[in-house]
Design a protein around this ligand. Structure first.
Ligand code: NAD
Length: 289
């Protein structure tokens, strides 16, 4: 399956390399990729327009920063709608606004293009290894058609519902991850202040029901060793949590804990720059708390 990847950043570049390694003919478009030399050396064909990519690719994978940019790539001048051909299928792996995803799916209904949303977990490391977890939203037949691409990029996938459901599930995932990071940050501070060995305390937590991906993976890999180099920025996490906040508001459901956690993430902008690693939130403390 000829594959075109639009957006070759921390995630998209890794996906392009994984697609090549799996033997897929791979095209890439990103006016500003940092990975040009590595991608070209691996045989990824870098093109200078969406039109050129669309003339080749059967599967079009999006890995873009946000829904505004995705919409521009879909129906902006020179975008996917202008160049779509019968048989082409779009897989949006970005973390995006589910309402926008549904709007895009409706717009594509009048075109030859089909849409599946497949936001991912695992970070740049899993994108490079072809071992991401993907939450799929869309028609089962469309997902089945994407099998060669999904096999190349993922180790695990879960079909969570119709178009847009993948993006909704991803927002719940990141909301819970954001809450867990704040909670783990508090546990670490309290353990340190009490003179305890934090590593050993977390080993105990990870043997019990208080554990989470944050205590099992983030703490040893990026937090306790001071590395803070996960490849996922505060800027992208704040975008995801703003979308989660909108989802909560629209639902009208009571969510006091989520609202408080989202307020802390939003307030952290004063001391934690957008370029910082998202795990840095563990050190965020409001004055006088
Ligand atoms: N980094 C992570 O750990 C991670 C994990 C899961 C999901 N995500 C999601 O994946 C998506 C990509 O994340 P990332 O970390 O790779 O971001 P990134 O900022 O590293 O990469 C985004 C890329 O998109 C490119 N781009 C912007 N506008 C474009 C356009 N019009 N046409 C083509 N390319 C364009 C940029 O030049 C950049 O290279 C985001 O939606 C993010 O929320 C990231």
């Amino acid at each position: 399956m000829k594959t075109g990847i639009i957006g070759l950043g921390n995630m998209g570049a890794g996906m392009a390399l994984s697609a090549r390694r799996a033997g897929l003919e791979t095209y890439g478009y990103d006016p500003d990729t940092r990975a040009r030399a590595e991608l070209e050396a691996a045989g990824v064909v870098l093109v200078d327009s969406i039109a050129t990519l669309m003339a080749q690719a059967e599967a079009i994978v999006l890995s873009l920063p946000n829904s505004e940019i995705i919409e521009q790539v879909v129906w902006g001048p020179g975008g996917l709608l202008e160049h779509g051909r019968a048989g082409q299928i779009v897989l949006d792996t970005s973390t995006a606004d589910p309402a926008s995803t549904q709007k895009i799916a409706q717009a594509l209904e009048a075109s030859p293009l089909q849409l599946v949303d497949g936001p991912v977990s695992g970070g740049p490391k899993a994108a490079h290894a072809g071992s991401m977890t993907m939450l799929l939203g869309g028609d089962s037949d469309n997902i089945a058609r994407l099998a060669p691409v999904l096999d190349a990029l993922t180790a695990k996938r879960v079909h969570v519902g119709p178009v847009g459901a993948g993006h909704s599930a991803k927002l719940f995932n990141n909301l819970l991850c954001g809450i867990n990071l704040l909670a783990a940050g508090e546990a670490i501070r309290v353990a340190r202040a009490a003179g305890l060995n934090v590593e050993q305390i977390l080993e105990g937590v990870n043997a019990g029901s208080g554990r989470s991906a944050v205590t099992e993976v983030n703490c040893p890999t990026w937090i306790l060793n001071g590395a803070f180099n996960s490849g996922f920025t505060m800027k992208l996490m704040r975008k995801d949590l703003r979308l989660a906040a909108e989802m909560i508001e629209k639902s009208g459901a009571a969510a006091p804990l989520s609202r408080e956690a989202l307020r802390l993430w939003a307030d952290s902008v004063a001391t934690l720059a957008d370029e910082e690693d998202f795990n840095r939130i563990v050190d965020f403390v409001e004055p006088n708390k």
